[in-house]
Ligand binder design. Structure first.
Ligand SMILES: [Fe+2]
Length: 420
């Protein structure tokens, strides 16, 4: 798989991103091999989604279909969702419970650990047909994948050499995820959104704190995210992932904040909300973070926006579109009132809200905008060029450069003088 050598990062600090990376088919295909099937932990789903033996769900790694289930041993097993016989999708459902998996095409049958256990008419009929004596079912199981779990979040990898999950995530993410996801969760619902743009525009978006109160006027207006809040960005030591955080109400003066946004061409006293309960914040975490957007390389996001908790998975479908797959969460011990509050608040991000719609639109206009100029570059230097490191301000997009640095390493595209 060869990538056109003309597609390259011109600066070692990734402050310029070639537009060809978003439209080139060979780049897309190489990403599937080198990133999604490479030494990365891919978000798979949540422990709470498959509590009982036999519970299964389908998911994807990049665009490779996978199925994961809880085995009779209580452990989670994951496989490529593809029959070892003729390659048909083994499971077509989104989820279910079963004692085994049977392909509808020729009824080949697998146990919950992915071993082939049944082949109809294996010995033929009346001594004729069927498989030869040298066929060993042990050689024809499903493609098994490594699975690890952290704070109830399941990740999977194709590669034997991928480091342990906790090391992969790094301390800043562990500190954010553990209190939020590492207690009994409840799935409140799912949402899917098809976005007509390259998947990398979205994983940049979740590392781009700068846009959070500019594109999302709603967030600046109602104080959900403002550049004036105490906050910043923290990355794992390799700068693959990021947690962008902020603490509401920490600005020196609200009047001053409105004035600053006005000067920045954003009217933050225009929108009105009749149901203010939708944006109420009920503090519930010791670190006081009221907005935290956590990105995990390559394509996962875990969010706390006030009391709205969700996991997001980017499911690429080709260079030009992807599905954004949302799992909306609460806690098993939430009161009915708290569950209602979270559901109401999920409208900020959800089908009736602004955040999903606006990010989707931003991705699509960028995708359309760059299509015919593959040799030109995006500019990524908000918060400083050069070294990739944590920031204690909310006016930066440094973690985007972190994403590209690891992307380039895995893709074999690191420029001269590359920072990591
Ligand atoms: Fe956004």
């Amino acid at each position: 798989m060869t990538i056109d050598p003309a597609i390259r990062f011109p600066h070692g600090d990734y402050s310029r991103v070639p537009y060809a990376l978003y439209h080139d088919r060979a780049v897309y295909d190489a990403e599937q091999e080198r990133i999604f099937k490479g030494p990365a932990w891919n978000f798979l789903g949540l422990e709470v989604e498959i509590p009982k033996p036999g519970d299964f769900r389908t998911s994807v790694i990049g665009d490779t279909p996978v199925v994961f289930n809880r085995g009779t041993d209580g452990k989670v097993h994951a496989f490529v969702n593809r029959c070892a016989h003729r390659g048909a999708l083994l499971r077509r459902e989104a989820y279910g419970n079963a004692s085994d998996h049977t392909c509808i095409y020729h009824r080949w049958n697998y146990d919950l650990e992915g071993n082939l256990v049944g082949v109809p008419f294996q010995r033929g009929v009346n001594g004729k047909g069927g498989l030869g004596p040298d066929f060993d079912k042990r050689d024809h199981g499903l493609r098994k994948l490594r699975v690890e779990s952290f704070a109830g979040i399941l990740f999977t990898t194709f590669a034997d050499e991928t480091e342990p999950l906790r090391d992969y995530l790094g301390e800043p993410l562990v500190r954010f995820l553990e209190p939020r996801f590492g207690r009994p969760l409840a799935v409140l619902g799912y949402m899917r959104q098809r976005i007509f743009g390259n998947w990398k525009f979205y994983v940049e978006n979740i590392r781009d704190m700068y846009h959070g109160s500019l594109l999302h006027e709603f967030q600046a207006t109602f104080g959900i995210s403002r550049v004036t809040y105490t906050g910043g960005t923290r990355m794992d030591p390799r700068h693959r992932h990021n947690i962008s955080w902020g603490i509401q109400g920490t600005e020196a003066s609200t009047a001053e904040t409105h004035k600053m946004y006005k000067e920045a061409n954003l009217e933050t006293e225009r929108l009105k909300l009749r149901e203010m309960a939708m944006v109420d914040y009920r503090p519930e975490f010791d670190d006081q973070i009221s907005i935290g957007i956590c990105s995990v390389f390559p394509n996962a996001c875990f969010q706390q926006i006030r009391n709205s908790l969700a996991a997001r998975q980017v499911r690429p479908r080709g260079p030009d579109d992807f599905d954004l797959y949302w799992t909306i969460l609460g806690y098993a011990d939430d009161t009915p009132d708290m569950t209602q509050h979270r559901l109401r608040q999920s409208n900020m991000i959800g089908p009736a809200g602004f955040i999903s719609m606006e990010d989707g639109e931003a991705v699509e206009i960028a995708h359309r905008g760059v299509k015919r100029d593959p040799a030109a570059h995006a500019v990524v230097e908000m918060g400083g060029k050069g070294e990739i490191s944590d920031r204690d301000n909310r006016v930066n997009d440094v973690p985007i450069r972190g994403f590209w640095s690891y992307y380039a390493e895995l893709m074999g595209m690191e420029p001269a003088g590359a920072v990591r």
